[in-house]
Write a protein that binds this ligand. Structure first.
Ligand code: ADP
Length: 653
């Protein structure tokens, strides 16, 4: 029988090097990765067998068996799952399909703990075997293929691997690790059991090990030893966690389960586990992770919810089960109503799925509301303690809960905002969850409700400004009058902000108003004297305004006098209905067509520069400089930057 040699794809070789060199002090994770692969392989078989029951052959049992041999220094993980054909083995174990891998490698930091957490997210699981093995042999046979079409894959983990055809009586995959000298601890039943308990307890599949018993030395003075009994024993819980009653599940178990399904080794921020009864029956176990995955901004990323039907795994990332703006949520939905042969197409039309999706959405929002409301969770016993300490304890608890929301918001807030446009039915609820930076609360984020509660007397709108950065937003000339009058303005710096707010016209009856749109109308916030002075100033500069209009007619929609400026000579705004200059820039950068709307130039009649302008012999030059500077201050760039520089230089000279 011939053995063929294949070279690893260059990326694999590089990855192998990195994995083995950066994770050697966190060796044990290899087992969780290989068990997870074995479990996936069983899920795949179960799913394919829904369409073709003959794939099970005469072996209906799905399980993982772990065996070790101290003398031979091997550890093997065998599953009765889908297996691989020769072509599949070459492809799956010789190349890296996932595009995120390059990024993964760039992110490896040298901090082994952090690196170990990254590894699971990137489909490099199999290669982690080389942390503990100097050779890995894989024997595998695809379900449905005859015994003679088994495959043996083998590699020492450097440049290449070999593949040969062998006869294998059983389908599925056996991964045999030839342990390195410094990894012999894993050829030990206790150690393996400990790791299974730690990482793989809730794999909904029996993980079995051969029983061992203590045998006394046969002769006087000869030491006793552990011997195999020949019986396979299941060593994990092997029940789907979500099917167990809530009260029987510890936080630690919930966390472990999360780690398994999300391949994320940082504990989740929060979760919600419910059995929903009624016209559609299902169980949901949904988690909010504590940190954003790297592909969060991928437009095609699907929500990370696995679909099960009556405990049978159906598919990963079932996109119908949650709206896109909750794509950061991970978890499991197990339906009692859907047919087992449900397809992605069918999911789109199913009314049950629609009900599940709505139920999931409500749940996640409720979970976030809980975090956001930061209610004290101090247990009774503590509350009965001496008063001074109680407040202390409660403060801490409140801080912890609100920290959680702050941390959620930092990681996922920008994604949640998409919900304003995507989920009309829940818009109000989403609006209550929004948080923004504020001109009056440096370093904090505030909610719309907070803002509303402290609005000034006579204030009719919630004011906000959107800019590319916090600094640009804070220093925008458009804020001058608001700052002077002590009116709070929300500072928005996410790209999605303006688009999202175009769906939210008011909050709790109060309109939201961009300070960069339309003329300022502070209404009752301005007193009569101020209004009068403004009118007089406007009257006085009317000829100047007309002249500016004429000179800049190609560049502006209008020129008018404003009261919003204190220290700056001019600023740009757009009409009430128009899209802001900031949003227009974002859209343009994203390659989208943007209506060619010209801005309105607003001038500050009290500013020395504006006063000087009238009758100046270089009026035209100054007018253009005034416009370009207003554009710069607002975060834009002049259409013809060189012309701007020329004009300024001419003045300086
Ligand atoms: P991932 O599992 O994240 O895709 P791995 O590097 O762990 O990445 O595995 C690569 C591929 O090899 C898997 O996607 C799968 O197709 C195949 N594979 C790995 N282990 C097994 C197994 N026990 N049975 C069948 N296929 C497997």
């Amino acid at each position: 029988m011939s053995t063929q040699k294949h070279a690893f794809q260059a990326e694999v070789a590089q990855l192998l090097h990195l994995v083995t060199h950066s994770l050697y002090s966190n060796k044990e994770i290899f087992l969780r990765e290989l068990i997870s692969n074995a479990s996936d392989a069983c899920d795949k078989l179960r799913f394919e067998a829904l369409a073709d029951g003959s794939l099970y052959g005469d072996q209906p049992e799905l399980r993982v068996r772990i065996a070790f041999d101290k003398d031979a220094r091997t550890l093997s993980i065998a599953d009765s799952g889908i297996g691989m054909s020769e072509a599949e083995a070459i492809e799956h174990l010789g190349t890296i399909a996932k595009s995120g891998t390059r990024e993964f490698m760039a992110r490896l930091s040298g901090d082994q703990k952090a690196d170990a957490q990254l590894i699971g997210q990137f489909g490099v699981g199999f290669y982690s075997g080389f942390i503990v093995a100097d050779r890995i042999t894989v024997e595998t046979r695809r379900a449905g293929l005859p015994p003679e079409q088994g495959v043996r894959w083998s590699s020492g983990g450097s440049g290449d691997f070999t593949v040969e055809t062998i006869t294998l009586p059983e389908r599925g995959t056996r991964v045999i690790l030839h342990l390195r000298e410094d990894a012999l601890e894993f050829a030990d039943g206790w150690r393996i059991k400990e790791l299974i308990g730690k990482y793989s307890d809730h794999i909904a599949l029996p993980i079995q090990m051969e029983g061992e018993t203590w045998e006394e030395g046969k002769e006087e003075g000869q030491p006793g030893r552990m011997v195999k009994t020949g019986e396979w024993e299941t060593v994990n819980q092997a029940t789907a966690l979500w099917t167990r009653p809530k009260k029987d599940i510890t936080d630690e178990q919930y966390t472990q389960f999360y780690e398994q399904i999300a391949h994320d080794w940082q504990p989740p921020l929060a979760w919600s586990h419910n059995r929903v009864e009624g016209s559609t029956e299902y169980t949901q176990l949904l988690y909010v992770p504590s940190h954003a995955p790297m592909d969060l901004w991928d437009r095609d990323k699907k929500p990370g919810v696995k679909l099960y039907v009556k405990r049978v795994f159906i598919m990963d990332d079932a996109e119908q089960l949650l709206p896109r703006y909750l794509r950061f949520v991970k978890g499991v939905v197990d339906s009692s109503d859907l047919p087992l042969n449900v397809s992605r197409e069918l999911l789109q039309e199913s009314r049950d799925v629609k009900a599940i999706r709505e139920g999931n959405t409500r749940r996640v929002l409720a979970l976030l509301e809980e975090l956001a409301s930061a209610k004290s969770e101090a247990p009774k016993a503590e509350a009965e303690d001496s008063t001074a300490e109680v407040t202390d304890v409660q403060d801490k608890k409140e801080a912890a809960a609100s920290d959680k929301y702050a941390s959620f918001w930092r990681e996922f807030g920008a994604v949640l905002k998409e919900g304003l446009g995507e989920d009309h039915a829940n818009r109000e609820r989403i609006a209550r969850l929004l948080r923004y930076a504020s001109t009056t609360h440096d370093g904090q984020t505030v909610s719309l409700a907070d803002y509303k509660a402290r609005m000034k007397e006579g204030q009719k709108a919630i004011y906000y400004i959107a800019a590319d950065t916090l600094v640009a937003a804070k220093n925008s000339p458009q804020l001058e009058i608001f700052r002077k009058k002590g009116i709070e303005v929300l500072l928005m710096t996410d790209r999605v902000d303006e688009w999202a707010l175009s769906f939210l016209h008011e909050f709790d009856g109060t309109p939201l108003q961009s300070v960069a749109k339309g003329a300022v109308d502070l209404g009752e916030l301005q007193d009569e004297a101020e209004k009068k002075a403004a009118e007089q100033a406007a009257e006085a500069v009317k000829p100047l305004v007309d002249k500016l209009k004429e000179t800049l007619k190609e560049r502006v929609e209008d020129v008018r006098v404003t009261t919003r400026l204190i220290d700056s000579p001019a600023c740009l705004v757009v009409k009430d209905s128009g899209i802001s200059l900031q949003l227009a820039r974002v859209l343009k950068q994203a390659g989208q067509a943007v209506p060619d709307a010209r801005p309105v130039l607003e001038i500050n009649p009290g500013h020395p520069l504006v006063k000087k302008l009238d009758g100046h012999d270089r009026f035209d030059e100054l007018a253009h400089i005034l416009f370009d500077q207003a554009l710069l201050a607002e975060g834009g760039l002049p259409d013809d930057p060189a012309a701007y520089v020329r004009r300024v230089n001419a003045l300086l000279a």
